[in-house]
Design a protein around this ligand. Structure first.
Ligand SMILES: Nc1ncnc2c1ncn2[C@@H]1O[C@H](COP(=O)(O)OP(=O)(O)OP(=O)(O)O)[C@@H](O)[C@H]1O
Length: 345
């Protein structure tokens, strides 16, 4: 396991609500190798964003309670490290973020150039040994500023933004949604991270732009050997760019597989139902009008015992209603939690 970049094991956390503790993650595990593009998929509300936020260390202050598990990044358990050290050394540097909505992530009153250079002042990989001045007094050494500006211009070209110098002089509202998301990708990669968390990065964009943005993320991840965690409810996006996929259901991982096995030989009944619910043309054997998976995702305040998918599963037996299945390994990188998997004949 030592070759893993990120190893989330049995993470259990909840949010305090007026109706009690809503346990959103309950024994969730997720593993990412260096340079791997991992998709995290599952129906709305299964906890994808919450898991991404836990890894980033940006859960709502005071509202979230972590009850167990670990988040090991390069072998360091982020839950047991000093939060100040995680914030200083890892967040925004070794682990960065591409948000859903690129517009709300920019400050409308500063130019794009000001905002990118402000990021570089603090998060540049060239920032070393500059002492611990109070933030307001911290100088931005001229030589580093010049080198950082070169890196910014090179990165804007890498995300295929035309005329980078002119873009830096613009305000966020003066560029398109697709360009803003390219800027967000650039800002996530400039600190030269090991892991980028992309939380539904194309949801706010129109369909023609979505594939381009996914293509940019995939190309740069490969070129720069950066691992990516892509949360998405869109299996098509996962197919476009992922090396592997982890499936979540009701706050728990149920299956994790390399991308080919995920689409060609899914084993968990939930994964197969997810894939069957993809719209396909009737000549491909798909229903033109897809109603999704019968039944409902359980409430976080009243989760069923055993395998959480059992009330919606046509293979469920008594065992499924009592104890959550242990993780089993079907093949290299293909892990599963199910008593009655669909295995190839
Ligand atoms: N701060 C919070 N307080 C209470 N409940 C929360 C909070 N944040 C999220 N939740 C609940 O946690 C559950 C999981 O939400 P999360 O956003 O992680 O799911 P998701 O799988 O990313 O869904 P989507 O695909 O819709 O973004 C939901 O039921 C949500 O209402």
């Amino acid at each position: 396991m030592s070759e893993l970049l990120l190893d989330v094991e049995n993470l259990t956390l909840g949010f305090r609500t007026e109706r009690g503790l809503a346990r959103i993650l309950d024994g969730a595990s997720l593993r990412i190798a260096p340079g791997q593009v991992m998709g995290l998929v599952g129906e709305s509300g299964c906890g994808k964003t919450t898991l991404a936020r836990a890894i980033l260390g940006v859960l709502p202050a005071g509202g979230a309670r972590i009850d167990g598990g670990s988040i090991a990044f390069r072998g360091r358990d982020l839950l047991r490290e000093d939060p100040a050290i995680v914030a200083r050394d890892l967040r925004g540097r070794a682990i960065t973020f591409i948000p859903q909505d690129p517009f709300s992530s920019f400050n409308p009153v500063f130019t794009i150039g000001d905002q990118m250079m402000d990021l570089m002042k603090w998060k540049s990989p060239r920032r070393k040994g500059e002492g611990r001045w109070p933030a307001l007094l911290q100088p931005y050494p001229r030589a580093r500023r010049r080198a950082d500006m070169e890196a910014v211009l090179e990165m804007l070209a890498a995300v295929q933004l035309p005329n980078p110098r002119a873009i830096l002089r613009k305000y966020p509202h003066e560029v398109s949604g697709g360009q803003r998301q390219r800027l967000m990708i650039a800002m996530a990669l400039l600190p030269e991270p090991d892991l980028v968390i992309a939380d539904e990065p194309t949801t706010a964009l129109d369909v023609t732009i979505q594939a381009q943005i996914l293509g940019v993320i995939r190309r740069l991840a490969t070129e720069r050997r950066v691992a990516v965690l892509l949360t998405t409810h869109d299996l098509g996006s996962a197919w476009e760019i992922c090396d592997a996929v982890t499936v979540m259901y009701a706050g728990q991982d149920v299956e994790s597989a390399p991308i080919d096995a995920f689409f060609a030989a899914p084993a968990h009944p939930y994964t197969t139902r997810l894939l069957e619910s993809l719209p396909r043309a009737p000549e491909e054997g798909g229903a033109a009008d897809v109603g999704g998976i019968p039944g409902e995702v359980p409430s976080p305040l009243a989760q069923p015992a055993g395998c959480r998918f059992h009330p919606r599963c046509d293979r469920a037996t008594e065992a499924c209603r009592v104890v959550r299945p242990e993780e089993t390994q079907l093949a290299a990188g293909h892990r599963l939690r199910c008593y009655h998997p669909r295995l190839p004949a």
